[in-house]
Design a protein around this ligand. Structure first.
Ligand code: ATP
Ligand code: LTN
Length: 331
């Protein structure tokens, strides 16, 4: 709690082009907290280097991720928007929390297991301790609520465990955060392999719809989406492809699953997929336009990230002085 307001924190890695999974699962929900909460939305570049990045791409994507936050409705006057590496306290508390996070706990993280398989040539220590840095991000701001997709649930539980362990050892230091996981869109699936998560680092371009894809590309990708041979628009566990398309259509139109089943009753998948593609492209059009406008003014983006970092650093300092004192570091 900061100044009587509850605190929201979330982050997105500038590690690739953002997808409609990032949009529907996370960013689209961020702006709903702007009025009633003190909100911190961070571009987590320190996390992104757990996987090898091309420096020029990392720099460009850091600007792009910030611009996308704003294009998705986050007003810089109502939200603290900043870049993780601009507030050194993240790395500092990250190190300290490494020392309160167990090897066994980190070994059980499914994201670590997945990413070590995918990047077998670069299983670095940062990839392993990634969740302790994420805990630092969250705990630095005395966060109450963390909006994320379901894939981050395990990391959030670890964050809570670490915070409780620290509080138990030293007395109340950190607020214990809760996740805010949207039930409707918590896991958008790949279009080509609908039993796995749509991921911005997928190599298959047809599997992933990017927020900034053109209307033509979006429609083409949905046309190619994997479905099944039953030819009926119905939401069911044995129909992961169709169910995923229905989830996306629902998110962009606000229609219920029953309405959607009725709308496409007796119609083929061709018509259905076109409707999903159009709804998605039209829903994203304002975001794309606003993004282009924002990216044309780098100086403004830089002033937003500077002001955000100053504001974040102020709150981070308050937590850090408490933590230093409790651990026993000389002032
Ligand atoms: P990567 O593929 O590089 O691991 P990612 O696409 O999972 O990245 P992150 O930056 O790790 O993206 O995640 C940003 C936010 O988007 C997180 O809150 C995450 O839970 C959410 N998110 C990512 N993919 C999806 C998805 N397919 N469905 C719903 N939410 C998602
Ligand atoms: N681990 C998250 C990104 C992330 C995050 C955070 C999300 C880093 N720090 C703090 C919420 C709160 C991911 O991979 N999606």
């Amino acid at each position: 709690m900061i100044q009587d307001k509850k605190v929201v924190f979330s982050g997105v890695q500038p590690s690739g082009n953002l997808t409609i999974g990032n949009y529907l699962g996370a960013i689209k929900n961020f702006s709903r907290f702007s009025d009633e909460y003190k909100t911190f939305y961070c571009v987590v570049d320190l996390h992104a280097i757990t996987v090898r990045q091309v420096p020029a791409d990392l720099r460009r994507r850091t600007y792009e991720t910030l611009a996308l936050y704003m294009a998705c409705g986050l007003d810089e006057k109502k939200n603290t928007l900043f870049v993780q590496s601009h507030v050194p306290a993240h790395a500092e508390l990250g190190w300290m929390l490494d020392c309160y996070t167990m090897f066994g706990e980190l070994s059980r993280m499914t994201q670590f297991k997945d990413k070590s398989q995918k990047h077998a040539e670069n299983i670095n220590a940062g990839l392993f301790t990634y969740p302790a840095l994420m805990a630092a991000d969250i705990l630095l701001y005395q966060t109450d609520l963390v909006p994320v997709g379901i894939d981050q649930k395990q990391h959030l539980e670890l964050t809570r465990d670490v915070a409780m362990r620290f509080n138990q050892a030293y007395g109340d230091t950190f607020a214990i955060p809760e996740g805010y996981i949207p039930t409707d869109t918590m896991k958008i699936m790949s279009l080509t392999e609908p039993t796995s998560k749509m991921s911005k680092s997928d190599e298959n371009q047809n599997a992933v719809v990017y927020i900034l894809d053109s209307k033509d590309d979006i429609i083409r990708k949905f046309k190619k989406a994997v479905t099944d041979s039953e030819a009926s628009v119905r939401y069911a566990p044995e129909k992961p492809g169709v169910s995923n398309l229905m989830t996306i259509y629902r998110a962009f139109t606000g229609k219920s699953l029953e309405d959607i089943e009725r709308e496409f009753d007796g119609k083929g998948y061709g018509e259905f997929k076109l409707a999903v593609g159009e709804a998605c492209a039209d829903g994203l059009a304002p975001v794309r336009d606003e993004f282009a406008r924002l990216m044309a003014d780098k100086a403004h983006l830089e002033s937003v990230m500077k002001a955000g970092a100053d504001e974040a650093a102020y709150y981070a300092r308050r937590t850090m002085s408490k933590v230093r004192r409790k651990i026993g570091f000389v002032n």
